[in-house]
Design a protein around this ligand. Structure first.
Ligand code: ADP
Length: 472
């Protein structure tokens, strides 16, 4: 027999004595009235107790098993239920306990699934954000925040390595920490802007929202970050563009105004100077007109950049038209434009007018920067592969414009399509350039879901290749 603990022994005595009492009363009564001698009565009483204790002990063992099972469940929710042998009541108790355990396990699974789906929802949001408790400690962070701040991934058990850290350990900017403290203290939404230092600087806006009631997991504050970097870059570009455009226009305008003053004053009666000045004024006015035309083209293309053109354009026709239009300009430079096109070239999906502007700008540049007595080669072909950055799959049209001039160093290539970017400012102005030609080409190819690839080396000329989708 297993050793009884004092508590179990006490329970055994208490539980066994009660059921023995009626039998003991009868036996002792019989002894009192002389129908049983006292020794037999006591022996019988003892016998009754022993039999009763045996029955109680067996049932008690069942209850002990249930208690041990309940204790084990606290440490291991998957503990095995014991086998009971003697007590129907203990069996019922065990069934209720097992049902409770199942209910509890279901609830736990539900809570786990809920927590996981909440984390999945948070992770699917593209903007980084954190959930904080009332003491400004991180409770959780979504995937975007973990990636941005290089926080450890959640641990196997679903916990997060950075959880419990003060916000200051993640975002070190005092403005954000102050805003979080203020949001907690005054229970109101606050905002702050901060910059993340690094090789590429990012600027973020932090929106800090206190919850009306602290959530069960302790969440009291939401910190949502919004990446302002691109917007600020765009604002800066816009401001730079306005400044550059004004500067580009002011230069010829000042020159025209200067000559008007001279013509009204010192050169009033000098016909030779007048002719010369009028000539310069005409050139400057033409430069302004070209600049305004290019600015207008650019803004028109930008407005339509998100709607894809739908015409089927005969590229060879466009190239021949451009070449005819620029023929006089080529002859002035004693240069030639040579067009070759693969027979049976499929039409491009595009806008004929915009595509003629693309090739007009590229061939004009090739004539301008290709030097005199030279040639410009234009080749139209089908390419089986698309260059990096061109959306879609399958063959596309490849039209290259090549000159044999001075070319430029490779480091200029990434910036060449920026507005007003010039490799050589003086040369571009002297040749009548606006600094917008390639920006227009780039915007038009973007609108066509095509690509522009530039290749050059100093002294080896330049090749500008336009890739366009095939119609149909
Ligand atoms: P621009 O009106 O100044 O020619 P673009 O936007 O057409 O402006 O071209 C930007 C700059 O790219 C030019 O100023 C020039 O420095 C360089 N560039 C363009 N095309 C060529 C080329 N074919 N050969 C050499 N440099 C070129």
């Amino acid at each position: 027999m297993a050793q009884l603990s004092p508590a179990a022994a006490r329970r055994l005595v208490a539980w066994a004595v009660g059921p023995c009492l009626p039998a003991w009363a009868v036996l002792l009564g019989l002894a009192l009235v002389g129908r049983l001698d006292w020794t037999t009565a006591f022996v019988c009483c003892l016998l009754v107790f022993v039999l009763m204790a045996g029955a109680v002990l067996a049932r008690l063992a069942d209850f002990d098993r249930i208690i041990r099972y309940a204790e084990e469940l606290l440490a291991n929710p998957d503990a095995q239920a014991p086998l009971l042998e003697h007590s129907a009541t203990a069996q019922r108790l065990l069934s209720s306990l097992t049902a409770l355990r199942k209910l509890w396990a279901d609830r736990r699974d539900e809570a786990d699934a809920l927590a996981k789906s909440r984390q999945d929802i948070l992770d699917s949001l593209p903007d980084p954000f954190f959930l904080l408790d009332r003491r400004r400690r991180v409770i959780s962070a979504n995937a975007a925040a973990r990636k941005l701040f290089e926080l450890e991934r959640p641990t196997e058990g679903g916990g997060q390595g950075f959880a419990g850290r003060d916000l200051a350990g993640v975002i070190r900017d005092p403005k954000v920490l102050e805003a979080a403290d203020l949001a907690l203290a005054q229970n109101r939404k606050t905002e702050a802007q901060f910059t993340l230092p690094g090789p590429v600087e990012y600027t973020f806006g932090a929106l800090i929202v206190p919850l009306s009631a602290t959530a069960q997991d302790g969440t009291a504050l939401i910190v949502a970050l919004n990446d302002f970097t691109e917007r600020m870059k765009m604002d800066r570009m816009r401001a730079d563009f306005v400044a550059n455009a004004s500067h580009e226009l002011r230069t010829p305008l000042s020159s025209v105004l200067g000559f008007v003053e001279t013509l009204r004053g010192p050169a009033k009666d000098d016909p030779k100077a007048r002719d010369e000045f009028l000539d310069i004024m005409l050139k400057q006015a033409n430069r302004m007109a070209r600049l305004i035309d290019d600015l207008l083209s650019l803004s028109r293309i930008e407005l339509r950049e998100h709607t894809r053109p739908t015409e089927a354009v005969d590229i060879e026709g466009v190239l021949r038209g451009t070449s005819e239009f620029l023929d006089r300009q080529a002859k002035e430079r004693r240069s030639s434009i040579v067009i070759t096109a693969t027979p049976g070239l499929p039409p491009a999906l595009g806008d004929a007018q915009e595509l003629s502007q693309v090739f007009h700008n590229l061939v004009t540049n090739a004539l301008k920067y290709g030097g005199e007595n030279s040639r410009v080669e234009v080749n139209a072909d089908v390419s089986e592969t698309r260059p990096a950055g061109m959306p879609g799959k399958g063959p596309c049209l490849k039209i290259s414009v090549r000159d044999f001039g001075e070319g430029f160093a490779r480091e200029h290539i990434p910036r060449l399509t920026e507005r007003f970017y010039r490799v050589d400012n003086a040369r571009s102005r002297q040749l009548g350039g606006t600094g917008l030609g390639l920006a227009i080409v780039k915007h038009i190819t973007n609108r066509h879901r095509g690509a522009l690839v530039i290749d050059s080396d100093i002294g080896k000329g330049a090749t500008f290749t336009v890739y366009l989708p095939v119609a149909g």
